[in-house]
Design a protein around this ligand. Structure first.
Ligand code: CU
Length: 602
């Protein structure tokens, strides 16, 4: 072989290997092996990407030709440089390489919908041609007045009339205007139902902002741009979207303006049984028995306490870590399950296949009540962060901070934002009006005495073949009926200091979830399987709820913080806790891979 043919041969071999990596790997990539190889490719991509596309080097208002990354990837000369850069030496695992999620906006595709969807599967926004992207710079001026978001029950009709006017204008805008009401609703659909792929080489992984650490910041930005657009359309740039404070006693009904058929805030596809003065059920499921209104209020308050106060680690409250190259939906946060998902369901039409419009993500933002609902979710994020004198969120993680989204602003510019810029709402020009929080001290009490609980547990463990986490034949466990499992705690009687440093967390791996269906199951600790406690009791520790997405099957994780629960149940010295899973909706549509206790740094 001549020297030239040898070079040619080596070069072709390299191309074949690269082709294999780009085409084969992403499809065979699975949830359980997210690390080494994906990191290898992510590193490779990041090196290429940094050459031409990093947000820090991109000038404001630049014009992108949207194939540069793909172009680079397929360019053997640059790929050759790339492979040198990422030879698997220690240097390649260097922390400076970003694995932040960023949607490939130029390659938006049809979304995945639940069965019997009532609208078309196309949610991609209209893109400017040529694709022109601005990086977000529109921070509030240091001394400018802040927009104050108030609870709806404390604003007057005149203020609500501004919201009504803004939504009416948005509904009247032409379809090809990104400020058009339905175009805005599609933004939610595209980010929730897999319209955007991750960037190459992970284009087979569709992005989903739910069930992960993207949930709060995505919705913060979404409401931010909605508010700015609405303010500009009504000629009042100081307008702030009021919030539906379903966590306060005065706010526990659907706000009356939304139930007025003559208002632009009215929406046809809602459960007619849930109009005011009916009290919202924050732990709702379709077909739930109604309870007395007073009982419902106290259920709701105890439930809020669990989802906010007891959920005291970032993983449990905000959802799981989700990086470039990872499968979507790593773990769902407490408030995202409920009240977020449950209020979506409570508003939607119980008799439609996926409780449209609010009860499923592809249509949820078509209902004007979506916005005050999510404004409250955004407010709760801020409240959670300030509890216990300040709680630790993900702000030390560069990949979280660098994660990106794209929205249209009030000037019709397509704007790229990141999570870092969303953390201080004052920099975005708004704050929340503070008022009394009624659930802050609504700590739930046990339904039985310690003696009764211990007797129940002893009889369960003495029964024939109680299921334990090591009963291999039982897992994965199809949740088609109530099941109790003996779960061993690796540590017992932890010191106060240990408890301050680490939270004891019940981790439930969901290995097979029918994501296109409505699913809900409740989790109880040291309860009585025959007579399970209600949502206002300490033994009821959490609920898993799934709003139908498109994907038929998915995996995720459900975590419940139990340090305080075990204190309340006087079970801190027990080596075993009995965890009962009670399917409420969608029996048999979820399989549990494992249940264990872990200790997570706060
Ligand atoms: Cu939502």
């Amino acid at each position: 072989m001549s020297a030239f043919s040898r070079v040619l041969f080596a070069f072709s071999a390299l191309i074949i290997v690269l082709f294999f990596l780009t085409t084969t790997f992403p499809t065979s990539f699975s949830f359980t092996n997210t690390n080494s190889f994906s990191h290898f490719l992510a590193t490779f991509h990041a090196n290429n990407n940094n050459n031409n596309h990093s947000p820090s080097s991109s000038p404001n208002d630049q014009t992108h030709q949207h194939q540069p990354i793909l172009g680079l990837w397929r360019n053997p000369f640059i790929a050759f440089k790339g492979i040198n850069d990422i030879s698997p030496s220690p240097a390649s695992t260097n922390q400076n390489i970003s694995r932040a999620i960023s949607p490939d906006v130029a390659n938006c595709g049809p979304v995945e919908l639940p069965p019997n969807a009532i609208t078309e599967p196309f949610c991609c926004p209209i893109l400017p041609s040529p694709l022109k992207i601005k990086d977000f710079k529109d921070f509030a001026k240091p001394n400018a007045p802040l927009r104050v978001r108030k609870p709806i029950h404390l604003v007057d009709d005149e203020y609500m009339a501004k919201l009504e006017k803004g939504i009416a204008i948005m509904k009247s805008l032409p379809k090809n205007d990104p400020r058009n009401y339905i175009e805005q609703a599609k933004v939610h659909c595209v980010y929730c139902n897999g319209g955007y792929p991750q960037k190459p080489p992970f284009q087979n992984l569709k992005i989903d902002i739910h069930r992960s650490w993207l949930f709060y910041p995505f919705h913060r930005w979404y409401i931010y741009f909605f508010e700015k657009i609405l303010g500009s359309l009504i000629g009042d740039p100081d307008f702030a979207v009021p919030f539906w404070s379903w966590d306060s006693i005065e706010g526990m009904q659907m706000p009356k303006h939304f139930a007025n058929p003559n208002s632009s805030l009215f929406h046809n596809l809602r459960d007619p049984a849930h109009l005011p003065p009916y009290i919202v059920d924050l732990n709702y499921h379709v077909g739930a028995d109604s309870t007395t209104q007073d009982q419902q209020v106290s259920y709701n308050l105890a439930f809020m306490y669990k989802q906010m106060v007891l959920a005291n680690t970032k993983e449990v409250f905000m959802g799981g870590v989700y990086r470039f190259g990872d499968q979507a939906q790593p773990a769902i946060g407490s408030v995202e399950q409920a009240p977020h998902n449950t209020v979506h369901k409570w508003v939607g039409r119980a008799d439609l296949p996926s409780q449209e419009d609010m009860g499923t993500f592809y249509t949820a933002a078509r209902d004007p009540i979506f916005y005050p609902h999510h404004t409250n979710i955004d407010r709760l994020w801020g409240i959670w962060t300030s509890l216990d004198g300040g709680r630790q969120d993900y702000r030390d993680d560069q990949d979280w901070l660098d994660s990106e989204f794209y929205f249209y602003d009030e000037n019709l510019d397509l704007v790229r934002v990141n999570i870092r810029d969303s953390l201080d709402t004052k920099k975005l020009g708004y704050v929340y009006e503070e008022f009394e929080i009624p659930w802050l001290n609504a700590s739930p009490k046990p339904s039985r005495t310690k003696l009764e609980r211990q007797a129940k547990k002893a009889s369960f463990l003495a029964s024939q073949n109680p299921i334990t986490t090591t009963t291999a034949t039982k897992f994965p466990l199809v949740l088609d009926s109530k099941v109790s499992v003996a779960v061993t705690r690796p540590k017992k009687l932890r010191s106060k200091l240990e408890k301050e440093r680490e939270e004891e967390v019940l981790v439930i791996e969901i290995v097979d979830l029918h994501s296109d269906k409505d699913v809900k199951f409740d989790v109880h600790v040291d309860d009585d399987e025959e007579m399970l406690s209600g949502p206002d009791k300490a033994e009821f520790v959490g609920t898993f709820t799934s709003v139908p997405h498109g994907r038929h099957k998915s995996k995720t994780r459900f975590m419940v913080a139990i340090s305080k629960v075990l204190e309340n149940l006087e079970a801190e010295e027990d080596e075993i806790i009995v965890v009962t899973l009670a399917p409420i909706v969608g029996k048999g549509l979820v399989s549990i891979g494992s249940i264990k206790v872990e200790y997570i740094l706060k």
